[in-house]
Design a protein around this ligand. Structure first.
Ligand code: IDP
Ligand code: MG
Length: 149
């Protein structure tokens, strides 16, 4: 089944929003299959944001991600990659729709509390970058017939 990589950034952790954020994905009906808290190395942060390495905000973004612990997660479900992006909302929290995580809980682009993979291939790359195989679980929630027809 489809999987995505989500990371609660240092601001989300510091603002005590870990539970609030996880709650939204659980309540939606997605399945948590991997979870860890870590202080990110500069190398991992640079690799994660490699696509942005020429952008002017790259250095400050990497510095921010390594400045304090983050919560890294893998979630599973039909369409979870795109749906998670919708739950997260637009990159700029001021234009993110109300009801989204960024729309409800943040005010600035450099403090937008959560990362989510932007495509299935990106998700595969990011999951492999952040998690070892043995850190991921496969389990079958008994409520599945109540979530999927
Ligand atoms: P995304 O997180 O919504 O996928 P991206 O464009 O992939 O957004 O940018 C990655 C992260 O880089 C953003 O979440 C944000 O924290 C930061 N960022 C993006 N654009 C800017 C900017 O113009 N100024 C400062 N930080 C930015
Ligand atoms: Mg992105």
């Amino acid at each position: 089944m489809e999987r995505t990589f989500l990371m609660i950034k240092p601001d989300g952790v510091q603002r005590n929003l870990v539970g609030e954020i996880i709650r939204r994905f659980e309540a939606k009906g997605f399945t948590l299959v991997g979870l860890k808290m870590l202080q990110v190395s500069q190398e991992l942060a640079q690799q994660h944001y490699d696509v942005h390495k020429e952008r002017p905000f790259f250095d400050s973004l990497v510095q921010f991600i390594i400045s304090a612990p983050v919560v890294a997660m893998v979630w599973e479900g039909d369409g979870v990659v795109g749906a998670s992006r919708n739950i997260i909302g637009a990159t700029n929290p001021l234009t993110a729709a109300p009801g989204t995580i960024r729309g409800d809980l943040a005010v600035s682009i450099g403090r937008n509390i959560i990362h989510g993979s932007d495509a299935i291939e990106t998700a595969q790359r990011e999951i492999a970058l952040w998690f070892k195989d043995e850190e991921l679980t496969t389990w079958n929630p008994t409520i599945k017939p109540w979530l999927y027809e």
